[in-house]
Design a protein around this ligand. Structure first.
Ligand code: HGY
Ligand code: MN
Ligand code: MN
Length: 432
């Protein structure tokens, strides 16, 4: 039985999506790196990430889909179109997680895309463009900075060697960690970085409270706010806690404390704590880390977000100024780790996603993303959009992260309709 994508009604395409199959795959994927707290710790290029990739490849092989991998470990699963020479329509997200992450961040987008490929296969759907699922390497950036590493390298925003030189807290390079991934996935076909993509859609949990508060099942994402990461290293001198007068110390912790207090003040949003500025100090280390020795070194991270690019840039300049001026009698180095520009998605794709939701008589709302995503970089290559589903209590980057089977199913149905339409109709004229 064949069904030509342009001729198949949305309801019929959505009906081929099997919510139970998708939920089971999500729960199976959640066992890779599962934590006692009910979440996952599946950090990029870890043994858990490698095992999860192996599971995904196994599912793809069982379906007869072709599997490709590129030089930074991005994984592609392909369902052929009637014109294999056309760039594929791609959909996916990431399999890596935060250290205390949830079961749905990233994995929902990867497995919803895989479910769409299966549903199209079950339906015998015929589409011009090939359709591919993608799992981008290291979106979280928790183990190796920067985040969105796989999509940045793929889109040319980050040189491959710079990415591979990144090291984790143990000093292991992404290059060495990736070698273990390549060894575990030898039989997949090579994919060149930057291979053209005709359109990209990413389904993701909202990771915030907006859809749940509005009681809506679908978010039509209009764009993503910008993000800046820094690593501040404050250097002083260690000394005896009992004999060294405070006046003669070069205490790296006290200097870091001054800098952070000044950042909290200088970067405070004029609208107060409910304003749009997001400042997060997520990691803080002291050396030598002994109760009775003055800290010689303090190293901490800064994650800074703002929906307005100009504001974000101004705040970033303040970070560098404050670190430089308040460190004395220590010194402070401010190392930029990640710069993600704010991104607006093209109206053609945003409207297509809204139309797909409407064709299934689902209420939706348009909203920007507070979290960054791989879509931010793939939008450089092709017309791009995102679909959100609600997050319970707006919680994410937390083991209690949750979206219901119904919400997961609904999101995958909208994704399927949107993908089928893109694969049938996308023209290069769509470039934003
Ligand atoms: O940090 C982020 O915004 C993404 O969830 N990794
Ligand atoms: Mn994510
Ligand atoms: Mn995340």
């Amino acid at each position: 039985m064949t069904a030509v994508a342009t001729a198949v009604p949305a309801e019929r395409i959505a009906a081929a999506v099997q919510g139970e199959r998708l939920w089971q795959r999500l729960m199976a994927m959640a066992r890779y790196g599962e934590t006692a707290g009910g979440g996952v710790n599946r950090q990029a290029l870890s043994p858990e990430d490698i095992a999860a990739r192996g599971q995904l490849i196994g599912w793809a092989r069982a379906r007869g889909f072709r599997v490709f991998g590129d030089a930074i470990g991005n994984l592609f699963v392909r369902r052929e179109g009637t014109d294999p020479s056309l760039p594929p329509v791609v959909s996916g997200s990431h399999l890596d997680s935060q250290p205390a992450g949830g079961r749905f961040d990233g994995a929902f987008g990867v497995l919803a895309a895989f479910e769409c490929l299966e549903a199209f296969d079950d339906l015998g759907l015929v589409h011009r463009h090939p359709i591919e699922m993608v799992a981008w390497t290291n979106e979280e950036g928790s183990r190796f900075a920067p985040g969105a590493m796989g999509s940045m390298v793929y889109s040319g925003a980050l040189p491959l060697d710079r990415a591979l030189d990144a090291t984790d807290a143990t000093g292991m390079s992404a290059r060495d960690a990736l070698a273990a991934v390549s060894a575990a996935t030898v039989d997949i076909e090579p994919r060149k970085l930057g291979t053209p993509i005709s359109a990209y859609l990413e389904a993701h949990i909202e990771q915030g409270p907006i859809l749940e508060a509005a009681g809506l099942p679908i978010g039509v994402v209009t764009g993503i706010q910008g993000a800046r990461w820094f690593e501040i290293t404050v250097e002083g001198a260690t000394a005896h806690a009992g004999t060294t007068p405070l006046a003669s110390r070069r205490d790296a912790f006290q200097a870091a404390h001054r800098i952070i207090a000044a950042l909290n003040e200088a970067l405070a949003d004029p609208a107060g704590p409910t304003g749009p500025t997001r400042l997060t100090i997520g990691r803080f280390e002291l050396e030598p880390g002994s109760v009775n020795s003055v800290p010689a070194l303090a190293r901490f991270s800064i994650d800074l977000r703002h929906p307005d690019s100009g504001q974000l840039q101004a705040l970033a300049v303040r970070v560098e100024e404050i670190a430089a001026t308040l460190a004395a009698p220590c010194t402070a180095a401010c190392k930029p780790l990640l710069t993600i520009p704010a991104r607006r998605f093209p109206d053609r794709v945003v409207d297509l996603v809204a139309g797909a939701s409407q064709s299934l008589r689902l209420a939706s709302m348009r909203l920007p993303s507070g979290a960054f995503h791989d879509a931010q970089f793939i939008a450089e290559l092709c017309p791009t959009g995102m679909i959100f589903i609600p997050s319970r209590d707006g919680l994410s980057h937390n083991e209690a992260e949750y979206s219901s089977p119904e919400e997961i199913f609904t999101g995958a149905r909208v994704l399927a309709v949107a993908l089928a339409e893109l694969a049938a109709s996308i023209e290069s004229s769509w470039k934003a």
